[in-house]
Ligand binder design. Structure first.
Ligand code: ZN
Ligand code: ZN
Length: 303
């Protein structure tokens, strides 16, 4: 038997044949995530938290279904963004429509039914904030600044922001977006990925996509390459012993970072946001190796 070393790109079709961008399926994105959280919660050490996340994802599904029309970039603005390789809905600079706060209220109202004491208290604190206070919290979540904010209130804000950005991206459609720089950030909203996922089926068989932490869009990046700095040297994979290998950490010697990579051929029901939270043990393991996680999970610091 002989072995050969594959170079990045060699194991995949030429770039032109690859679906570069996959937007979330509007009707099922949050509903499927809720089902996955529920499945992962069963018998899990963090079962209560994962069950809470299942309910939060269901509330997101309902909020997205009722989201009103909002201002979007026009055709000229989209063309200009594509020409310059810029994400047109950049999370840190986009002027948010107040409709996202209506979604936040709906999500909070839904979560307050039968809520535990700490969850109820967090929702109560959120409900007395003025508009500026809520927007400040949103800025902090989008900036991944979690040190000086109300951590218990942050998941509701993150959930509403995800719904708002998913609403905008799916309203515009995949054709609105082009490739952008740097390739480590989402071409829709310029957020970092929560994880990457190796897909199965059709033209995407075996292709690796980075999954946006905010808007849920996925963009293609060849495998065996650091998703943070694009180095192809010193890439190593770590997994929890005894698992089925569906979730690994891909670490890079060059920039000293890691991001999880999920393999749908090992488990077709994987969801990047849900499976990332359910595999916190792997983050703890990676912390011991001294590498830093490169992309956020907007719900991670609330655990
Ligand atoms: Zn995005
Ligand atoms: Zn790197």
């Amino acid at each position: 038997m002989s072995a050969s070393i594959l170079q990045p790109g060699q194991i995949e079709a030429p770039a032109g044949d690859i679906p570069f961008l996959r937007l979330p399926a509007r009707g099922s994105h949050f509903r499927d995530r809720a089902a996955r959280f529920r499945q992962l919660a069963d018998g899990h050490k963090m079962g209560d938290f994962l069950e809470f996340m299942a309910r939060l994802s269901e509330a997101q599904h309902a909020a997205l279904a009722h989201f009103p029309q909002v201002a979007l970039p026009d055709a000229d603005q989209l063309a200009l963004a594509r020409a310059h390789g810029m994400p047109p809905l950049a999370a840190r600079t986009w002027r948010r429509d107040p409709a996202w706060r209506t979604a936040l209220q709906a999500i909070a109202a839904s979560m307050s039914e039968g809520a535990s004491r700490p969850v109820g208290d967090a929702i109560a604190r959120l409900s007395v904030l003025d508009e500026a206070g809520v927007e400040k919290l949103a800025d902090a979540v989008l900036d991944n600044r979690f040190h000086d904010i109300d951590l218990a209130a942050a998941p509701f804000v993150a959930a509403a922001l995800q719904v708002y950005w998913t609403h905008m991206s799916t309203s515009l459609g995949a054709g609105a977006f082009g490739r952008s720089e740097p390739p480590s950030l989402c071409p829709v909203c310029a957020s970092p990925p929560v994880a990457s996922i190796v897909r199965i089926g059709g033209a995407e068989q075996g292709l690796r996509y980075l999954h946006c932490a905010l808007c849920g869009s996925e963009w293609h990046m060849v495998r065996a390459k650091c998703s943070n700095c694009e180095s192809t040297k010193g890439i190593a994979y770590y997994a929890i012993e005894g698992g089925k290998g569906a979730v690994k950490a891909e670490s890079c010697e060059t920039c000293g970072s890691y991001l999880k990579i999920l393999y749908l051929d090992k488990d077709p029901l994987l969801d990047p946001t849900a499976d990332d939270l359910a595999s916190l043990a792997l983050d703890i393991l990676m912390d011991e190796t001294g590498v830093q996680r490169s992309g956020p999970n907007l719900f991670l610091l609330s655990v």
